[in-house]
Design a protein around this ligand. Sequence first.
Ligand SMILES: NC(=O)c1ccc[n+]([C@@H]2O[C@H](COP(=O)([O-])OP(=O)(O)OC[C@H]3O[C@@H](n4cnc5c(N)ncnc54)[C@H](OP(=O)(O)O)[C@@H]3O)[C@@H](O)[C@H]2O)c1
Length: 298
Amino acid sequence: MVQTSFTLNNGQKIPAVGLGTWQSAPGEVEHAVEYAIKEAGYRHIDGAFCYANEGEVGQGVKASGVPRSEIFLTSKLWCTYHSKVEEGLRETLNELGTDYLDLFLIHWPVAMNPNGNDKRFPTKPDGSRDVDLSRKIEDTWKDMEKLVEKGLVKSIGISNFNIANTQRILDVATIKPVVNQFELHPWSNELKLKEFCEKNGILLQAYSPLGSTDSPILKDPEIIKLAEKYNTSVGTLLISFQVNRGVIVLPKSVTPARIASNIKLIDIAPEDVRLLESNEEKGKHWKCVSPNWGVPIF
Ligand SMILES: NC(=O)c1ccc[n+]([C@@H]2O[C@H](COP(=O)([O-])OP(=O)(O)OC[C@H]3O[C@@H](n4cnc5c(N)ncnc54)[C@H](OP(=O)(O)O)[C@@H]3O)[C@@H](O)[C@H]2O)c1
């Protein structure tokens, strides 16, 4: 039977499916979060400072009526806060209206100017992103560890960290990352990263598991055929695929019917998991999230 939760390397349990909240617009996201928790049974919400909607996410959590202690809440340290980690967390806690997080991730392995011309996306005079190369990810990680020691967050992790950057964290970590959140779907399976992380006790979390907004993956004939074989929707197939291969999955929706169906997982036979994992060997590779940081990331 497909699992409904995973155990992190510190013993903490995490529900296998979390509701994504990126691009969930103001006026929509509070209701999506409330519905997900109250009606659809979600106990895991994935947010971030950068999504500029954490206030509403927090209101949705409260409106659900489910105690905070029963909900696994994740947020992410934004790039302009690498050199002021606790301040970044406290802004998020304040927005969410909570006094702790279950999981806090470094959103990207790149720092941006904390005193630039914009709080989220500072730019240089030539229009490129105002990246702060003097701030090392190792130092940001050591500041993340302090948040666990202070009891402000239960677990810490990373996001968009390739093997080399993950190794840099492992080289200095007293507290190991529990997860690495990465773009994962059948057109971007990251098999080497998965093997590396699992060998080091780090679980992967799949972001954009459906291929994000206007996804071409939903129209892939092979994937449609496989969904038909299981008498299910492409959405359920893609979400279940991740959990069946040992990956926590974070589908986003603001549509009640989709929110409800996205948490219902099916078992997928190992040979079909392998089939979905083999797309890149066949030359099919695509990433929907690939911002131009001006420095190599992936
Ligand atoms: N760490 C990072 O850098 C990072 C980057 C990207 C995303 N994330 C996280 O991962 C979450 C998910 O990624 P994502 O938002 O990029 O994309 P996604 O979950 O792959 O796709 C969301 C899109 O699919 C639609 N959808 C939802 N359920 C569906 C279904 N069953 N069938 C067909 N379409 C469906 C949604 O529409 P409706 O909402 O209109 O239903 C929305 O347009 C984010 O919300 C965020 O929490 C993290």
